[in-house]
Structures are given as C-alpha cells and as structure tokens.
Design a protein around this ligand. Structure first.
Ligand SMILES: [Zn+2]
Length: 174
C-alpha cells in the first residue's frame, strides 16, 4: 500500500502492541484487571469478558471506556489506543480507612506484647527470657502479612489478581 508510511510499516513489523487502534466490539484487548488475559466481545451485548480472569466488562465505545461489572471494586478504564488508563476516582475514604486499619493491625498487637513484657520483664536467669522478643517478631510478621493481603486486595494489583486466578484453576475452584 502506497498510503502507509514507512514508520507505520516498521511498527506493524515490530508487533501489534505498538499500533494505535480504537476500542471496537470486534477487537481484542489485554484485560485491564489481570493484565494477562484478553478481552473478547460477548455476542449481542456491549460487553467483553476476559478469558483468563473471567471478569465481565461493559463497553462505552463513544467514551472508549470499559467498566468492570462483577467486581467488589467498581473500576473504569479508558482505552488510549495502545493501553488502558484507569479513570475511576479512587475511593479516598476507603483508602484512608484501609491504611489506618493496616497500621493499627500491624502495630497494636506487637506493641501490647512489648508493653506487657516491659512491665513484667522475665526473670534474668530464666531460660524463657528470649520468648517475648520472638513473640513480638512473630506477632508483627503475621499481622503484617494480613495487612499486605488487605492492601493488594484493595488495590487489586494485576499480578495478585493473575496469581489468584492461577491458584483457583490449580485447586479446581472454577
Ligand atoms: Zn483478566
């Protein structure tokens, strides 16, 4: 084709990911949730589904956006020609609550143990004098893990979502 510029040929040669295209119902796009599967149109509906994480998205072709419909976190993405851009306003109140709760959950229990072991220190010659330190460390790491899970669940990190789907497939939960 004469009309195509050399740079476009080069881009086509490099792969489809560099090619700008608009959001259409018959196109296929990478899933904005898991960043792993592809979105495919659901027949007779203005909707897509991801073949990997199975989320359902409704499409607004005028706005070039998709919205995930079956998630606890309502989210919208705009198609920028080559990639998605999150357009949903982050729920600030919820985010603050999650971080506050995370701080309290990870700090309070070890702090209480530290306080009690400091108020009533173990006897110097006791064989169990190491116990409070280990207990504090253990308590902190377990609670920190809980908070880390809470945060990735809140932010729905693509790597975490993809891992969850893989584990689900592995244990036959789907
Ligand atoms: Zn997906």
């Amino acid at each position: 084709m004469q009309s195509e510029s050399p740079s476009k040929d080069l881009k086509a040669h490099l792969g489809k990911s560099t090619e700008r295209r608009s959001l259409e119902m018959n196109g296929s796009y990478i899933c904005p949730v898991c960043r792993h599967g592809t979105l495919e149109a659901i027949v007779l509906m203005d909707a897509y589904s991801c073949h990997f994480c199975r989320h359902i998205f409704t499409a607004d072709l005028l706005e070039q956006t998709v919205r995930v419909e079956d998630s606890s976190q309502p989210a919208t993405w705009r198609w920028m020609g080559t990639q998605w851009q999150a357009t949903n306003r982050v729920d600030v109140d919820l985010t603050i609550a999650v971080w506050l709760m995370g701080a309290v959950i990870s700090i309070l229990p070890p702090a209480l143990i530290w306080l009690s072991s400091h108020t009533f220190p173990p006897l110097e010659d006791s064989g169990w004098s190491w116990f409070p330190t280990v207990w504090i460390a253990l308590s902190f790491s377990i609670h920190f893990l809980m908070v880390a899970w809470l945060l990735v669940e809140h932010y729905q990190l693509p790597a975490y979502v993809a891992l969850k789907v893989r584990l689900g497939n592995l244990f036959g939960m789907r």
